[in-house]
Design a protein around this ligand. Structure first.
Ligand code: AP5
Ligand code: ZN
Length: 217
């Protein structure tokens, strides 16, 4: 099973990816998590990506395409995978198409902008694993601590209000066109076309998980 999760910043891609990867026993490939790990480790990629991410802009297509290509050669990707945050430009989607990677489902999580701001402002993350919480809607068992490791939760560098607004703009300009790209491809009936599913991302985390499981049947 190969799946692409599409949706704006704060739609709940990372939250739902945690369930989907367990359910289908496939790895989650989150380019955002991979970039944050590179920034933390201070690798050449991380050094290049840091200021771009903090400004709410997208890292260059060439860097991302290389990063994903390398990741796909790893042994855990042979039975499928879940893309979270990739592709997010037309050139990235074209690169995937050119590599003849056949995608089973493109799943769009639709969430209105007002809700996104509320979600992102309460987000807390466990840096090492990428596990995501919300102070009100998805709180950890112990305040400020990761459920699994007990380590501290942090605020993401790019979750400042001004940066979030920029990320939403960038989404509209550069990533939203992928909705048409994939829904048109799915509708043209060609053999290699993915199935396109759109679900509402409003409701509780559990309700959305159920919608996703139904959509992927
Ligand atoms: P990335 O990490 O991919 O960020 P994003 O797409 O902006 O998405 P988010 O992680 O902010 O949101 P999410 O949809 O995962 O929501 P979450 O589950 O956390 O990218 C970061 C940066 O890296 C980019 O800006 C760019 O610079 C760079 N980058 C990454 N990939 C790239 C690429 N392919 N090309 C170029 N650059 C790239 O949920 C959000 C909050 O809501 C949480 O607090 C959660 O607990 C809460 N929540 C979730 N579901 C619900 C619910 N149902 N009800 C209430 N609250 C909920
Ligand atoms: Zn995420």
């Amino acid at each position: 099973m190969r799946i692409i999760l599409l949706g704006p910043p704060g739609a709940g891609k990372g939250t739902q990816a945690a369930f989907i990867k367990e359910h289908f026993a496939i790895p989650q490939i989150s380019t955002g998590d991979m970039l944050r790990a590179a920034v933390k480790a201070g690798t050449p990629l991380g050094i290049e990506a840091k200021s771009v991410m903090e400004a709410g802009q997208l890292v260059s297509d060439a860097l991302i395409i290389n990063l994903v290509k390398e990741r796909l050669t790893e042994s855990d990707c042979q039975q499928g995978y879940l893309f979270d945050g990739f592709p997010r430009t037309i050139p990235q989607a074209d690169a995937l198409k050119d590599a003849a990677v056949s995608i089973g489902f493109v799943l769009e999580i639709d969430v209105p902008a007002e809700e996104i701001v509320t979600r992102i402002s309460g987000r807390r993350v466990h840096e090492a694993s990428g596990r995501v919480y919300h102070t009100t809607f998805n709180p950890p068992k112990v305040e400020g601590k990761d459920d699994v490791t007990g380590e501290d939760l942090i605020l993401r560098e790019d979750d400042k209000e001004e940066t979030v607004r920029k990320r939403l703009d960038v989404y509209q300009q550069q990533t939203r066109p992928l909705i048409d790209y994939y829904s048109a491809w799915a509708a043209n009936g060609s053999q290699d076309a993915p199935q396109y599913r759109k679900i509402s991302g409003l409701g509780s985390v559990d309700e959305i998980r159920q919608r996703i499981l139904d959509a992927l049947k």
